[in-house]
Design a protein around this ligand. Structure first.
Ligand code: C2E
Ligand code: MG
Ligand code: MG
Length: 277
């Protein structure tokens, strides 16, 4: 009915899809209890390739299918509400791990955690985040929450209230995939946003496409004038890195420096300290 038709043709294929989805829903619900979820960590580095922090990225180790990337299940988890307990687990696990690494001597490390739109709408989000920080012992300023333009623009007043409250406790926010959504600039300046993450679609062709170069320059200039930081996502080549450094983008993330890796491998990177050549 959402598609505007009074009726629709029903096919075998749709039936198979619906069944696959239902199986996914049921197994997702069990994933947290069965400990099938794991976090990978991707480094965020400065211009000298020193690790400043890491983004926690969710993976599902499905007992039959194997490793499932988030693109294949976050959507379903959002629709069914399963994202709420999953997101809570992600946040707690990421904070616990960050605190562990800090205790091993990597004191200034911060962790970035993605928050879905649905999680962002949770009425008790602020209490939940503060509770997790308390339980794990991670200091608030070592946590960055990544939200998208659409999840904050969905209900800007509610978003501002929650962000202000968390910000008041020292928690920082990044706008993920920045430049791909509809940010109202008048709202943007009211949000307590710490960082704009330049979407990787602009970085991808930044060495050949002048339009993308201009967009990156514009976002960097905007971040500076709004007193925010900028992070470039999806940096895959040396040329892209050089372009970004020339434009004074101080923090970068991407396969060029390192893909998301399991906790043990990330620990190896931390011990090395500097990534790439
Ligand atoms: P995102 O937050 O924008 O995360 C960055 C994505 O880009 C990750 O994909 C990462 O593996 C990928 N990436 C990083 N560097 C490069 C690069 O150089 N080239 C290319 N082509 N890709 C790169 P991933 O891990 O598959 O996650 C996809 C999306 O799923 C994330 O996008 C985020 O929106 C969502 N997601 C991941 N983990 C969570 C989570 O714990 N909670 C929620 N709500 N969403 C999550
Ligand atoms: Mg992210
Ligand atoms: Mg992103």
């Amino acid at each position: 009915k959402e598609e505007g038709n009074a009726y629709n043709f029903y096919t075998e294929e749709m039936n198979a899809k619906a069944q696959a989805r239902m199986r996914m829903e049921t197994s997702l619900r069990r994933a947290v209890q069965n400990r099938e979820l794991v976090l990978y960590y991707q480094p965020m580095v400065d211009s000298k390739h020193r690790i400043q922090g890491m983004e926690a990225l969710l993976r599902w180790m499905h007992p039959e299918i194997g490793l499932v990337p988030p693109a294949q299940f976050i959507g379903v988890a959002e629709e069914t509400g399963a994202i709420v307990p999953i997101g809570r687990w992600v946040l707690e696990e990421a904070c616990r791990q960050a605190k562990l690494w800090q205790d091993q001597g990597f004191q200034d490390l911060y962790v970035a955690v993605n928050l879905s739109a649905r999680q962002f709408r949770q009425p008790d989000l602020v209490e939940e985040v503060l509770d997790i920080l308390e339980r794990t012992g991670l200091m608030a300023h070592h946590l960055k929450l990544e939200v998208t333009e659409s999840s904050v623009m969905d209900n800007p007043e509610d978003a501002i209230a929650k962000m202000e409250s968390l910000f008041g406790h020292g928690i920082r926010f990044s706008i993920d995939d920045f430049g791909t959504g509809y940010s109202s600039l008048s709202h943007l300046k009211r949000f307590p946003v710490d960082t704009l993450k330049i979407d990787r679609s602009f970085v991808r062709e930044s060495t050949e496409n002048q339009g993308d170069q201009e967009i990156i320059r514009t976002i960097l200039a905007m971040a500076t004038s709004l007193n925010m930081k900028a992070v470039a996502e999806g940096v895959e080549t040396r040329e892209q890195r050089d372009f970004l450094c020339k434009e004074v983008c101080r923090i970068m993330q991407g396969f060029y420096f390192g893909p998301p890796v399991p906790q043990a491998d990330f620990e190896g990177l931390l011990k090395r300290g500097v990534l790439g050549e």
